[in-house]
Write a protein that binds this ligand. Structure first.
Ligand SMILES: *C/C=C(C)/C=C/C=C(C)/C=C/C1=C(C)CCCC1(C)C
Length: 242
């Protein structure tokens, strides 16, 4: 087993007790497998749904490429690959906002809803990046601003305009919207835990034993692959209806 892992990781060594490196490795494989699944299943859908499945595949594919780099970066330097992490997020999280828009388009969602969500998600991520890198001393302040943007996204999905559109659409659209909104409420809440585990602040000691990258890697697997599968499930359900 160790020999196999050594061969697969090639230049970079992986110690048997390097559980952080292991989650980067498994995450990379899982994202690749999910991308193959989404891309290969695309042709079975009508054009209307093909775009949604394509976006699901793009999200996991972009993540797979970044995990390839992050895995290698961790193996080479034993440091958190913060830069690659945030570049990945700033590309994939807006795509998740696009996914909400595509689903709600049948109910008359406007592009402005999509741009509002994209804007909020970029604010959430850029402020988080500052807190983790250039201004770590104020990590808790940046985390708070990031958390407020996150809260507004949650509000829009659960009680705001997105919720109203989903209710107007009803049926499979409403249940998929609900399921995706659960991902944002519970699945995305994994990330602030990782942030608090890896930056200084009032929360010092609470999440002390946890590793930032392990938590982020778990969050990514849940949110990128799970989210895509919900969209896939909706497309299958809608196709049967039609
Ligand atoms: C595929 C990647 C996803 C879904 C990434 C989501 C990231 C977040 C929801 C990050 C949120 C953060 C906060 C709410 C506060 C602390 C800083 C962040 C950026 C970790």
């Amino acid at each position: 087993m160790t020999a196999l892992l050594t061969t697969l990781t090639m230049a970079s060594k992986m110690a048997p007790d390097d559980y952080v490196g292991f989650t980067f490795f498994v995450g990379c494989m899982a994202m690749m497998a999910a991308s193959a699944f989404f891309f290969l299943s695309m042709n079975g859908f009508d054009t209307k749904w093909r775009t949604s499945i394509l976006v699901s595949g793009l999200i996991t594919f972009i993540a797979a490429v970044h995990y390839w780099y992050m895995r290698d970066y961790w193996a080479s330097f034993g440091e958190s690959p913060t830069f690659f992490r945030y570049v990945d997020w700033v590309l994939t999280v807006p795509l998740m906002c696009v996914e909400f828009y595509l689903i709600l388009k049948v109910a008359g969602a406007k592009k402005s809803l999509m741009w509002r969500m994209i804007f909020l998600s970029v604010v959430m991520l850029v402020t988080g990046y500052f807190g983790e890198t250039v201004d770590r001393g104020n990590a808790q302040v940046w985390g708070l601003i990031s958390g407020i943007a996150y809260f507004v996204i949650v509000y829009d999905l659960w009680m705001g305009s997105a919720k109203k559109l989903a209710e107007a659409a009803g049926g499979a659209t409403l249940s998929a919207h609900k399921m995706l909104s659960w991902f944002v409420l519970v699945g995305w809440a994994i990330y602030p835990i990782g942030y608090m585990a890896g930056t200084p602040g009032w929360y010092d000691g609470i999440f002390g034993g946890l590793n930032l990258d392990v938590i982020y890697n778990i969050g990514d697997a849940v949110n990128k692959i799970g989210f895509g599968l919900v969209v896939y499930g909706l497309a299958v359900a809608k196709q049967k209806e039609a």
